[in-house]
Ligand binder design. Sequence first.
Ligand SMILES: Cc1cc2nc3c(=O)[nH]c(=O)nc-3n(C[C@H](O)[C@H](O)[C@H](O)COP(=O)(O)OP(=O)(O)OC[C@H]3O[C@@H](n4cnc5c(N)ncnc54)[C@H](O)[C@@H]3O)c2cc1C
Length: 415
Amino acid sequence: MNRILIIGSGASGMAAAISAAQANSSAQITILDGLDRIGKKILATGNGRCNLTNAQIAPGHYHTQNTARLNELLADMPAERPLTFFRELGLYCTEEDRGRIYPYSRQASMVLDVLRLALRRYHIQIQQNCTVRSLSVDKKVFTAQTESGKTFCADAVILAAGGRAAPKQGTNGTSYPLALQMGHRYARLYPCLVPLRCGQQTSMLKQLKGIRVICRATLFDGKQKLTEELGEVQLTDYGLSGIPALQLSCWMNKPIQEQAYTVRLDLFPDWQHNELRSILQQRVKQYPTDKIEDNLLGLINKKLLFAALETLHLTPIDRPSSSLKRQDIDALVSLLKGWDFPITGVQTWDHAQVTGGGVFLNEIDNRFRSVKQPGLFLAGEVLDIAGDCGGYNLHWAWCSGITAGEAAAEYIAHE
Ligand SMILES: Cc1cc2nc3c(=O)[nH]c(=O)nc-3n(C[C@H](O)[C@H](O)[C@H](O)COP(=O)(O)OP(=O)(O)OC[C@H]3O[C@@H](n4cnc5c(N)ncnc54)[C@H](O)[C@@H]3O)c2cc1C
């Protein structure tokens, strides 16, 4: 009994294969992947630089239905874990701002190169163009059948076939039916780290398309504040993008049509309402004959300012500043400090970086063994977990893969 089959050659699948080979030199390991090349997604990560983990791993950077289980699992996953794994493979890393860790070469291709080299060193078989359609088990032997009719048998299986996000990189959700076939259930899937759509404001957004603004973005569900992010929001013709908007999407785990999600932008996060108000009042007082459009120059992006004046019907903007009443300035301050963008949807799975939801975390044990099916292990994004931007998703993929690989190697040695 020594065959381990790994479904998926992404981050978690490759880490699982290498750690299984390191733990059990007699293991015969085969990876199946639907794509014609391995690790395609890794090349796209971190804008081609691969933000592979983070020095500040903490539960607060992850989203799941089961935070208690997440805390237990993350306790065994310090940042040092993937760093040690990669250092042993010859890859050196470096830390940038906010704990983000990259390969020293800042090349995602280098990460893939060292993984491929390790797969070769350990004689791990890789079968490409093999999309697994069904998985069954009989008398402790697993059988995986591919779309093209090939059959692979094994004594242990690691399901590392990712989620639904970025389907062009091989992940279109075929992992979940395989989990169901093994008796698992999964939490509702939703796209995460994805731009937000604001359908009702399309005509205004078309004028603001391309503007980037450092602001505080706060997400509300009705009147309830869910979370906030500070950073550079990008206005697009359909809605909001940029890291703060992507991060907020991870909190939208309920059907958007049924929710009243709103993003409130504070375009002056460094100033209190009264500070901004006195600045505006002072400028109007100092230059009362200046046109409104000229008087307010130098504060924020011109197009944004004009859109704010238009939204408040403080037009025409070429009239003298002295025509602005006290309540007009109050209204302008309120809008600039709290501009509401009702969310009508998110971009498609093609634009999402990760998948929210997935196989319930209480259906695996601390070593990523299935509690439903002995000999089955699950790793990576197929599980109910989505991380923030910053290396948290790859961290989860490597660590869960390493642990699942070790546990599978142990399983075949003892059964
Ligand atoms: C553009 C982009 C940039 C990103 N940047 C970062 C970043 O910088 N830092 C970070 O932490 N995270 C990043 N992520 C997220 C991160 O890449 C993923 O969370 C991580 O790769 C998930 O690893 P995984 O092994 O679970 O799945 P994946 O890496 O998605 O691999 C799954 C593999 O399984 C294969 N597969 C799927 N179904 C089947 C099947 N039925 N049969 C056979 N094979 C199958 C797929 O072809 C794929 O190769 C990024 C994601 C994207 C899309």
